[in-house]
Design a protein around this ligand. Structure first.
Ligand SMILES: Nc1ncnc2c1ncn2[C@@H]1O[C@H](COP(=O)(O)OP(=O)(O)OP(=O)(O)O)[C@@H](O)[C@H]1O
Ligand SMILES: [Mg+2]
Length: 369
């Protein structure tokens, strides 16, 4: 996906939120460009909903500022913002028909009856619900209710659409279908989307950028590729899928590389933004690991660690291999099931090999509490 660079439409500057003594958000800085699809990703309780509510204006930040196109909107009421919102558990009006739900935001904005009829009709067409216009929400499936909530949030052509875990109640297939739908709506409407989820794959699949939240902090924001391939710290690295993290001893800079010792081996990875002495880990994603026989010869730009095979898990097309180093540290790799390494006996002596360029330095420290 092309990296999007816009002037920020929304800028959060050191946004903090306290509930009594509890600090739910700690100095969040985030720019959201026009037309972006930004996903707030993090575990339960990390502050995603709190941050979204502050963007919407339903909650007031206890510190910091919120700017829109450079104008301070920190204290602006939600009605003044013209943002669409899909809440966690979609909150449809139960006694209104599908068409009534979708018409509601237009009615409160004083749009004329004929135009309401036309726009509701078009919107229901777009989300594939024309045949259900007269039903009550309780007469719809979960996925259909979800689409009503989306239609209601989009019908008044908001500048920004805020979505809080809109698919959490849906089964896997319906969820995939709704993700495609969201991608299509985002493309067609050009609206700025701010989306909350704690599903990593959903975030990677949908977003132009992902903002990783943990315990009220924003740890890292970047394109899906940035945060997956270049996580800054251990939390982000481990939250976004499988990764092997190898602690380096005596790490030092050598030209464009950071070089150090791991058990008996010398390992290197491209020097990144981390300062020397930040106790770096070398992280490598399983798709970059090759397994070879222990006595194979390696290229000069390979990192190689001797390991033994201790277990394997058949995953269909792929097989996951559990490995152990001489010092008893566990590493993992994934190979194609047709790879000869998938059929090796337990205890086989192997080398865990990855290109220096595929290693990535990761900060060990957990984010401060
Ligand atoms: N009104 C409130 N009063 C007190 N504490 C609150 C309030 N709202 C949220 N919190 C606390 O703030 C923290 C962040 O909550 P928030 O709802 O933003 O998390 P979240 O990331 O959306 O989690 P989830 O994935 O479970 O929806 C939690 O510890 C929560 O208990
Ligand atoms: Mg939430």
């Amino acid at each position: 996906m092309q990296r999007q660079r816009h002037a920020a439409e929304i800028r959060a500057e050191a946004i903090g939120k306290r509930y009594g003594a509890f600090e739910a958000l700690k100095a969040i800085d985030l720019d959201i460009g026009r037309g972006e699809f930004v996903t707030l990703l993090g575990p339960s309780g990390s502050g995603k909903t709190s941050f979204l509510m502050i963007l919407a204006g339903f909650e007031r930040a206890t510190s910091g500022r919120l700017l829109r196109d450079g104008v301070d909107i920190t204290a602006q009421a939600p009605e003044g913002r013209n943002f669409g919102m899909v809440f966690q558990g979609y909150a449809l009006f139960p006694h209104m028909s599908v068409a009534g739900n979708v018409a509601f935001p237009l009615m409160v904005r004083g749009v004329g009856t004929e135009e309401i009829r036309r726009r509701v009709g078009e919107m229901l067409e777009r989300v594939g619900l024309s045949a259900h216009a007269g039903k009550l929400p309780s007469q719809l499936s979960g996925g259909q209710q979800q689409r009503v909530a989306l239609a209601r949030a989009l019908v008044f052509e908001p500048d920004v659409l805020l979505l809080d875990e809109p698919f959490s109640a849906l089964d896997k297939n319906l969820r995939a279908a709704m993700q495609d739908e969201m991608k299509r709506l985002h493309r067609e409407f050009g609206t700025t989307f701010v989306f909350v989820t704690h599903d990593q794959e959903e975030a990677l699949a949908l977003s132009t950028r992902i903002a990783i939240f943990d315990r009220g902090r924003l740890l890292q924001a970047g394109t899906p590729r940035d945060v997956y391939e270049r996580p800054i710290d251990r939390f982000t690295a481990e939250f976004l899928g499988e990764i092997d993290l190898l602690p380096l001893e005596g790490a030092h800079r050598d030209g464009d590389w950071i070089v150090g010792r791991f058990e008996g081996a010398t390992l290197a990875a491209p020097a990144g933004p981390l300062a020397e002495g930040e106790a770096p880990l070398i992280g490598v994603r399983p798709e970059h690991v090759r397994l070879t026989l222990a006595d194979a010869t390696f290229a000069a730009d390979d990192n190689a660690v001797p390991v033994r095979l201790v277990d394997r898990t058949y995953l269909g097309a792929r097989t996951r291999l559990d490995l152990e180093t001489a010092a008893g540290r566990r590493l993992g790799a994934e190979v194609s099931t047709s790879d000869p390494a998938a059929a090796l006996p337990d205890g086989a002596a192997l080398a865990f090999v990855f290109s220096r360029a595929d290693g990535h330095l990761v900060r060990d420290a957990a984010s401060p509490a």
